[in-house]
Design a protein around this ligand. Structure first.
Ligand code: DOR
Length: 424
């Protein structure tokens, strides 16, 4: 493999507290050196002056749909979408058909991803068999197969006794349970946030308490068991405050927020726009501002996409009938730039920390870093490039985005995975 020298960029690597002009030398698929003015010495040179060079982004929350719903997404299209978005590691959620609740399915996903070689795909196994919320899976088998965490995402583990036992069991492996925090009884068939917009549209609402009550319960169970709860896709101000307090008490709880919850409110539903139908729902400006503040003050550990592709025919149904979820991988970075950098909430270094370093830490992966010796997984970003979100041009099979038509800032220019560098 030829030596590659990525020259003249602004290298941002929060794992090494580095932010400044530097070159990156890649040899045999690994980072060989990061320094100022590395001599060329016969290497192929990629000139990236004016660009940011950062560790490849890491997504803790991707729905790949394969096996079972290849009409929505395949491992291949999902990996290509990840690359487009600057992600070199994605963690696949278990709500496939069948669910990722045993070794055979986990092995299949890993092997297919390895065959493709586009990005690193890690897996999140199911907490309960078939994600039915009744019987625990074999945690030992799933962690042994390489799962980085377990979750019933798409569904909560609603039964408190089962969640207690699951936390005790997962504690043995020092790995988190990722909770899709919602109380099904309070969701009660709701399709969007319960508030002024749902009332105006005559749609059944989901109160914020459907989430925060479950967050409060899981914090209590993490406290009781000493286990680790990671709360997925936080959406409400109450949840942020509960986690802030719990962290102060030393409870082992971490959490993530999606780009769309940072950027949008329930107003985005407009006139029954299913492209803004997500679960948990987009909520009020107060909630959105609390999520931004939670991210800034460290209450929220990282950003995760909840990339949830669906077919056109499903998403173009009535608001009530359409599935929850949007295609998120290809817009995540630019949406975060708009919500967090342009508004001066975070610096670039802090944003890369939230999109790469922190999720890698939670997943316990040697990713999200440009440390010498690490796999050469990195992204070159043009921080000032403007582009228009055109979902019909997504490489994901999911072509639905509430950001369609928006002119955004920040483009992924090149992606390098295991030392192989190309256009995204
Ligand atoms: O919007 C969502 N879509 N939220 C989830 O929790 C599940 C996901 C999906 O799988 O479609």
């Amino acid at each position: 493999m030829a030596t590659l020298l990525i020259k003249g960029g602004r290298v941002i690597d929060p794992s090494q507290t580095r932010d400044g002009a530097a070159d990156v030398l890649i040899e045999e698929g690994h980072i060989a050196a990061v320094d100022t003015a590395i001599p060329v010495n016969g290497a192929r040179v990629l000139d990236v002056s004016g660009k940011i060079v950062a560790p490849g982004l890491v997504d803790l929350h991707t729905h790949l749909r394969q096996p079972g719903r290849e009409d929505k997404e395949t491992i291949e299209t999902g990996c290509r979408a990840a690359r487009r978005g600057g992600f070199t590691t994605i963690c696949a959620m278990p709500n496939t058909t069948p669910a990722m609740d045993q070794r055979g399915i986990v092995d299949f996903v890993h092997q297919e991803a390895e065959r493709l070689g586009l990005v690193s795909v890690r897996t999140i196994g199911a907490i309960t068999k078939g994600r039915q919320g009744r019987e625990l899976t074999d945690f030992s088998e799933l962690f042994d197969a390489g799962c980085i965490a377990l979750s019933d995402d798409g569904n909560p583990v609603a039964d408190g006794f089962l969640m207690r036992r699951a936390l005790e069991y997962a504690k043995v492996f020092d790995r988190p349970l990722i909770q899709h925090a919602e109380d099904p009884a309070l969701v009660a068939g709701g399709v969007m946030h319960e508030g002024l917009v749902s009332t105006t549209l005559g749609l059944r609402g989901i109160p914020s308490e459907a989430e925060s009550i479950m967050v409060a319960r899981d914090i209590a169970l993490a406290e009781l068991t000493g286990g680790w709860v990671h709360v997925a896709h936080l959406s409400s101000a109450q949840s942020v405050e509960l986690i802030r307090q719990a962290k102060r008490r030393g409870v082992h709880v971490t959490c993530e927020v999606t780009p769309h919850h940072l950027a949008l409110t329930h107003e985005a539903v407009g006139e029954f726009d299913t492209r803004a139908k997500v679960n948990p729902p987009l909520r009020t400006e107060k909630d959105r501002a609390s999520l931004v503040e939670g991210l800034r003050d460290g209450t929220i550990d990282c950003i995760a996409t909840d990339h949830a592709p669906h077919t056109d025919w499903e998403k173009e149904a009535d608001f009530d009938a359409a599935p929850f979820g949007i295609s998120g991988l290809e817009t995540a970075l630019a949406v975060c730039v708009e919500a967090l950098i342009t508004t001066k909430v975070l610096t670039w270094s802090q944003l890369i920390e939230k999109l790469a370093t922190a999720p890698a830490r939670i997943a316990d992966l040697r990713a999200g870093t440009l440390a010498v010796g690490a796999s050469a997984d990195l992204v070159v970003i043009d921080p000032s490039a403007h582009w228009t979100v055109e979902p019909q041009r997504f490489v994901s099979k999911g072509r639905h985005s509430p950001f369609a038509g928006r002119v955004v800032t920040g483009a992924v220019e090149r992606v390098c995975y295991r030392g192989v560098e190309s256009e995204p």
